[in-house]
Design a protein around this ligand. Sequence first.
Ligand SMILES: C[C@](O)(CO)[C@H](O)COP(=O)(O)OP(=O)(O)OC[C@H]1O[C@@H](n2ccc(N)nc2=O)[C@H](O)[C@@H]1O
Ligand SMILES: Nc1ncnc2c1ncn2[C@@H]1O[C@H](COP(=O)(O)OP(=O)(O)OP(=O)(O)O)[C@@H](O)[C@H]1O
Length: 284
Amino acid sequence: MKVYEKAPAKINLSLDVLYKREDGYHEVEMVMTMVDLADRLEMSELPRDTIIISSQAGYIPLDEKNLAFQAARLIKDRYDVKQGVYIHLDKKIPVAAGLAGGSSDAAAALRGLNRLWKLNISTEELETLGAELGSDVPFCVTGGTAIARGRGEKLERIGNPPQCWVVLAKPPINVSTADVYGRFNANKQERRTSTAQVREAIELGDFQRLCRSMGNMLEDVTVDAYPEVRQLKDCMRRLGADGVMMSGSGPTVFGLVSKESKVSRIYNGLRGFCKDVHVVRMLT
Ligand SMILES: C[C@](O)(CO)[C@H](O)COP(=O)(O)OP(=O)(O)OC[C@H]1O[C@@H](n2ccc(N)nc2=O)[C@H](O)[C@@H]1O
Ligand SMILES: Nc1ncnc2c1ncn2[C@@H]1O[C@H](COP(=O)(O)OP(=O)(O)OP(=O)(O)O)[C@@H](O)[C@H]1O
C-alpha cells in the first residue's frame, strides 16, 4: 500500500519574541498560515523493519537527520510498529528558508504514517508528537491559520486571512534558526508586538490593515547579519507589493499583493535580484 501527503510551506504574518525561557527556548506569539507551495511525500510499506528516505533534492540529509525520518522513527517507537517504510520526498520548498519545509515534511509523514499503518492517532496526539520534532511541526500537522504560543506548540485556530497573492523570494544564503534566536537580545529595546493587530485585521477581513500590521522581531537580527535581506525587502516594496516581511528566521522575504496585474512586474523585477522566486496563493 502507498499513501501520499502534501506538505505546504508556512509563512509568519507576525512573530513576537516575548522572552528567553529557562530551557533555552524563546516564548513566542505568532500568526502562521500556509501557502500553496508544497513538498509531496510518497510513503510505501516495506517488508523489512527499516526506514528509507529518498529525494530528488541533492542538498538535504537522507539519513536520521531528515525530519521525515525522525517522524517515522518516533511513530514506530511510540506505537511499536514493526513494519518498515520507504518515503520519497519531492522537495519544492526552498531549504533553510524560514518556510518550515522540514517541519512540514515531518508533519506530513506523521499524518501519512498514521493512515498507512492504520494507527488511529488523534490530531491532538499527532501535534504532541510533532512538538518532539520541532517547534513549527505541531502547526504543520493541521495547517490553516493559527496563533502559536509557547515555543510554537500551543495553537489557537483563527480564520483565514483575506485571499491574495504571495510572492516569496529567497536570497542565496542559508540561515540557522538556532543562530538567529541566539543573537536575539530580548532586553535590547522596546519592540512593537504585532500579533494582536494582525489577528484583528484578519477578523475584519481588512487586507490593507493586515499589510500594515505585520511584524517580525527576528527580522532585525537576520538583517544585521545579512544586509541582502533588507535590500530584497526594499526591492519588493519598490516593485509595488502591498505588505512586505521576512518569514520566520529568514532569509525568505514575502510580499502580499492584492492585484493580479502587479504580480508579474514584481516577479520579473525580483528575478533580476535572486533566482529563488515563487508566486503562490494563501491556502484558505
Ligand atoms: C522561527 C520559527 O520558524 C517561526 O515559526 C520557529 O520559531 C522555529 O521553529 P523550528 O525551526 O521548528 O525550531 P526548532 O527546530 O524547534 O528549534 C531550533 C532552535 O531555535 C531556537 N528556538 C526555536 C523556537 C523557539 N520558540 N525558541 C528558540 O529559541 C532554539 O535554539 C532551537 O534549538
Ligand atoms: N525534510 C527536510 N527538508 C528540508 N530540510 C531538512 C529536512 N530534514 C532535515 N532538514 C535539515 O533542516 C535544516 C532546516 O531546513 P528547513 O527547510 O526545515 O528550514 P526552515 O524553513 O528555516 O525551517 P523553520 O522555518 O521551521 O525554521 C536544513 O539544514 C536541512 O539540512
